[in-house]
Design a protein around this ligand. Sequence first.
Ligand code: PLP
Length: 363
Amino acid sequence: MPRSPDQIIRPEILALSAYHVPPASGMVKLDAMENPYSLPPELRNEIARLAADAPINRYPDARATTLKGALREALAIPDGMDIMLGNGSDEIIQIIALAFARPGAILMSVEPAFVMFRMIATFTGMDYAGVPLRADFSLDVDAMLAAIAKQQPAVIFIAYPNNPTGNLFDAGAVSRIIEAAPGVVVVDEAYHAFADASFMDKLVQYPNLLLMRTLSKLGLAGLRLGLLVGRPEWLSQLEKLRLPYNVGVVTQLIAERVLRYPGILLQQAEAIKAERTVISKRLMALDGIEVFPTNANFILFRVTQRYKAGEMFQELKKRGILIKSLDGSHPSLKNCLRVTVGTPAENAQFLEALQSSLKNPSD
Ligand SMILES: *Cc1c(COP(=O)(O)O)cnc(C)c1O
């Protein structure tokens, strides 16, 4: 008899539960930090023509030279820095962890942070260390510095702004962490378009800094394109682990084309930021809701008083609104929910559903 999966598969994988993506068909989908807007019709027509002519019988350009050139310009990547592309930035996190996973090597982040940091540490056999944020979700620099001194992490991931909390850490605090780190610090700027802050210009200053971006939150989540920017001595090593054709022909063509019109996505980001202010204010005006400050395209809030986050999540779902409940994912996120900023109409629907759930808890 061949052995069963639980005799073959690594115990830490057997112990994992898979990343849960809830079905969203027919719902107002405000759970995944997607840009709610589509591209203008003319650009969509250009994309249709590109897709029609795309040489999909051929492997993609493994170096993605044209696309990287477009990214270099659009993102103002400093001279002397290399770019590595990923099938989403999730894949880049995985490549970094695979490369750094010497026996006993530690991947450090803050808690609560993006769950993939911890999950990918497990996937790749790294040890994970999570340093708690303060109660207001700001960086606890002293705790970080102490943990760094003690645990000597091979790599530290800091999302800037942070997910799921939405806040932007103090830049000076992040710099102190980079200066103290014995290994690499990856600043994950997935929400850069909504934040007006970046470590891009610090790459020149810090040899152990790598900077990650993605086009996902900007409006191209379906394309799957993330990038890592950093010094050639790091990126040339990481490139060895990148599967050669990880970014497909169609993704390369479309991303490059959309980047020719940077104004479109940036305008959408501005609209999202304006709506973020509207929703935050409306939420703050509600009894029984605590709203956290955000620099991202989502808002973290806590239900207080007699409501529980899980119930609120279900109430909203009944009313056709899908958001994310973070209750149970970390002690500091008790009764917290996260809503992605949608179109004005979607946001109004969300707020209306929330208000009627607050008034009529169905019990
Ligand atoms: C969404 C997100 C990512 C992953 O984005 P991709 O779609 O894989 O590019 C990475 N980091 C943070 C903090 C995120 O919120």
